[in-house]
Ligand binder design. Structure first.
Ligand SMILES: Cc1cc2nc3c(=O)[nH]c(=O)nc-3n(C[C@H](O)[C@H](O)[C@H](O)COP(=O)(O)OP(=O)(O)OC[C@H]3O[C@@H](n4cnc5c(N)ncnc54)[C@H](O)[C@@H]3O)c2cc1C
Length: 411
């Protein structure tokens, strides 16, 4: 296996490194660098516009919609360098990663011109209105309706687990627009403004005190008729594109966060002596092995994409990726609790820094340290974006061609 990158890719890598060094706060690359809460909040506020000026947000999008038109290889190098520098590379996850690419694939010219530039500038935040109280894994059974009234859709129903629902300007929403046809054929994908009287958002508080996901109630909420993406009653196909983007993970950078966790865990185990326990050593070695599998599989997928040699084994790799890393990470967070022992309890004196911890997990009288917050969140990783069980069904039925699971008799 040849793991070297072409010369042009390395030249581009130097350009990105130069930009990062010139634009990140002073001292960023020095060991032990940290920011005060105030500096971090200022950095978070200013960074998206710096990224936009550099042209790095969604840089693989076509230039006509404000992207930089980077090639796949350049996009990979860009993500690698940002990941290496631990610098954020997005304005809004739901906009950049889910609805933006979906609009690029399915949207009308007007939708692309209206929404994509605002996503790129970080001016518009989004939430995903798919799940309902009785429609999660069986998403196509959703009941929220939209009915045309002149040139507007009138929406009624309820969504749940809507992450960032309380901060979002817009929702990409799945609604039933025809209940007379089989369930997959009567769904539409709408772009709905969130700040209107017909929408009520209620946060759901989690064990670490955050309330990042919500219940959203629609009572005669409205959006323009033209905000349907991919055609009326074609929403199931459009939603599947969004779900594929959600389940993907940046092939050659996704492993880095876990590698950093492993480093912190190994250091902690050395410091408190738990490294002498053979079962802890074995579990650390298992984590290392799985991270390497993730890294190498990422390179396999990238090679197949660049050489256009995707076959059934690469498709299986893509389809099993999310269940692989989410199950691996749950085990790793259980290992973290065992290594940190009493220090991992629900008090704010645990491990001071935890890789990837960006959740504001403080709450009065019930502080949770960032590692514990990451432990709690890992429990949800095998659920959001499609549960592990559903992912296994997809691998079995769609990739391996095994017989479909029997459906429960109706009625
Ligand atoms: C942190 C987090 C963030 C989320 N954010 C969003 C969001 O922003 N927007 C949004 O729309 N949704 C969001 N969700 C919801 C998520 O998509 C659903 O929770 C998920 O699809 C599962 O649906 P459910 O919770 O209704 O569980 P159910 O579908 O009721 O499943 C319950 C259990 O039964 C199993 N099961 C169900 N059907 C089958 C089957 N056919 N074969 C085998 N096992 C099966 C499931 O695997 C699961 O273990 C989020 C969820 C979490 C945890």
């Amino acid at each position: 296996m040849d793991l070297t990158y072409p010369i042009e890719a390395e030249a581009f890598r130097s350009e990105i490194r130069g930009w990062l060094e010139a634009n990140l706060p002073e001292g960023w690359f020095e060991p032990g660098f940290s920011m005060s809460d105030e500096d971090r909040s200022q950095f978070n506020k200013e960074w998206p516009s710096k990224l936009f000026e550099g042209g790095w947000i969604c840089a693989t999008w076509p230039q006509e919609y404000g992207g930089k038109g980077l090639s796949t290889m350049e996009g990979v190098v860009l993500s690698e360098e940002f990941a290496r520098a631990k610098a954020p590379l997005r304005a809004d996850f739901f906009g950049d990663t889910l609805v933006g690419p979906t609009i690029l694939q399915w949207g009308s010219e007007e939708q692309k011109r209206e929404f994509l530039p605002q996503i790129l500038k970080g001016e518009m935040t989004w939430c995903q209105g798919f799940s309902e109280p009785n429609s999660g894994s069986d998403l196509a059974s959703l009941k929220t309706t939209a009915v045309l009234d002149g040139d507007e859709w009138v929406i009624n129903g309820q969504k749940v687990w809507t992450t960032q629902g309380h901060h979002a300007d817009y929702c990409f929403l799945l609604v039933r627009t025809d209940s007379e046809v089989p369930k997959h054929q009567g769904i539409s994908y709408l772009l709905v403004p969130m700040r209107q009287d017909g929408i009520e958002v209620r946060g759901i508080t989690q064990p670490d005190g955050t309330a990042e996901f919500c219940e959203v109630f629609f009572t005669d909420a409205r959006c323009p008729h033209d905000n349907v993406v991919g055609g009326v009653n074609n929403g199931w196909k459009v939603a599947n594109s969004t779900l594929a983007f959600e389940r993907g993970m940046s092939a050659t950078t996704g492993f880095r966060r876990f590698a950093e966790e492993l480093r912190v865990l190994t250091e902690a185990a050395r410091a408190n002596g738990s490294i002498d326990d053979p079962s802890i050593r074995q579990r650390l070695a298992e984590y290392h092995t799985k991270i390497e599998i993730l890294r190498i599989n990422g390179l396999r997928s990238l090679t197949a994409t660049l050489n256009d040699t995707k076959d059934v084994s690469i498709a299986a790799l893509g389809a099993s990726n999310k269940m692989f890393w989410s199950e691996m990470h749950q085990r790793a967070m259980e290992l973290a609790l065992d290594i940190f022992g009493a220090d991992s309890m629900l008090i704010d004196t645990g491990p001071p820094a935890w890789p990837g911890a960006n959740r504001d997990s403080r709450r009065d009288g019930y502080p949770v340290n960032p590692m514990m917050s990451s432990f709690f969140f890992s429990r949800s990783e095998t659920i959001w974006g499609g549960t592990s069980q559903i992912q296994r069904n997809i691998v079995a039925e769609r990739v391996l061609g095994l017989p479909k699971e029997p459906k429960a008799p109706s009625g």
